[in-house]
Design a protein around this ligand. Structure first.
Ligand code: 5GP
Ligand code: ZN
Length: 319
């Protein structure tokens, strides 16, 4: 068996991935028997995307909490206990056991958390296959240029791990923007500062703004079609929805989902929404600074709502 194994490892084994040698290594390290769990963990420990994902997470959320409690600090990519503590072996074992149980408790209670759901390596593969270039500079992958997946709205600003909030970036753009795409993109492109003196939305009264970030702001419609009618607008003065950048589009939709959820939670009579842009005078646009309408709908607010936006041409709702 030993010779057969050595022969297999050194001459017969053909690899299309790291699987065979990793399985054999795990078997050798675990007395000839290794669960899928053990082997998969060994593989994940070599998956650069998975490692990068957790490194990014470690730099954001737990850092401040552990610091505030004077437990540990993050210094130069390394966590260190806040004090030079010496533990006896027994103390160390006891605390490791408590920490492991706590982590296990989290995974058991949250089987569908971001951690459990994604399979970062797979997601990366899928996204890069669909978008094989950097979303910021357009670079294609090469031996010098590696593509990463990045959160468009950073997690620290409420962005989610859902695919709609992820983009493909090259290493250089990703490193350059740090955790702050929104700000750096605003700074990088003068167009984002475009402001028109005679535009009512560029000059909106500050007290009408209910929410804003670097890209968008939210106001109540001054002449609401229904109660709760809300507008989400890019800060940049741009006339047509078809001229919005991807990040503006995503920011508008990201915020609209939150607004619609809130409206529904606060007003049980709301049972649906009409969401949309008017693009161009012919299509009915009256203010030429893009705005996304969120129009709550309630039962019987019109006699027959069939067709929704199809009713922009009277009589065409039903087909
Ligand atoms: P549009 O027809 O261009 O899609 O819609 C313009 C929207 O802007 C209307 O729903 C209108 O009620 C809304 N709006 C919100 N605030 C203002 C304002 O201060 N002035 C004007 N003219 N319209 C406003
Ligand atoms: Zn404007």
């Amino acid at each position: 068996m030993k010779n057969k194994l050595r022969d297999f490892l050194t001459t017969k084994m053909k690899m299309s991935g790291p699987y065979q040698p990793v399985i054999i290594k795990c078997l050798l390290e675990n007395n000839g028997e290794a669960s899928l769990d053990i082997i998969a963990k060994e593989l994940a420990s070599k998956d650069p995307e998975a490692i990068q994902y957790y490194k990014d997470k470690l730099k954001v959320h737990p850092k401040q909490v552990l610091k505030n409690h004077e437990i540990a600090n993050l210094e130069k990519d390394c966590y260190k206990f806040a004090d030079d503590i010496l533990f006896s072996d027994d103390e160390k074992l006891e605390l490791i056991k408590i920490a492991s149980n706590k982590a296990e408790e989290y995974y058991t209670k949250n089987p569908f958390s971001d951690f459990a759901r994604h399979g970062w390596g797979n997601l990366r593969h899928k996204m890069i296959t669909e978008h094989p270039y950097c979303a910021l500079c357009g670079a294609k992958p090469s031996p010098e240029i590696m593509l990463d997946i990045d959160h468009i709205i950073p997690v620290s600003r409420g962005g989610s791990d859902e695919p709609f909030n992820l983009q493909v970036l090259c290493h250089r753009c990703n490193r350059g923007k740090g955790n702050d795409l929104i700000k750096s993109a605003v700074d990088a492109h003068d167009d984002y500062k475009n402001h028109q003196e005679d535009c009512i939305f560029c000059n909106i009264e500050k007290n009408r703004i209910e929410f804003q970030n670097e890209y968008i702001f939210v106001i109540q419609d001054k002449y609401p079609v229904t109660q709760g009618h809300t507008l989400v607008l890019p800060k940049r003065h741009v006339t047509s929805a078809l001229m919005l950048t991807d990040i503006e589009m995503i920011s508008i939709f990201h915020e609209s989902k939150k607004i619609s959820d809130k409206l529904e939670q606060e007003d049980y009579s709301i049972e649906g929404f009409n969401l949309g842009f008017n693009v161009g005078k012919t299509a009915g646009q009256t203010v030429f600074h893009v705005h996304f309408h969120i129009i709550p709908r309630r039962k019987n607010d019109v006699t027959d709502p069939t067709g929704g936006i199809r009713n922009i041409i009277p009589g065409k709702g039903k087909y």
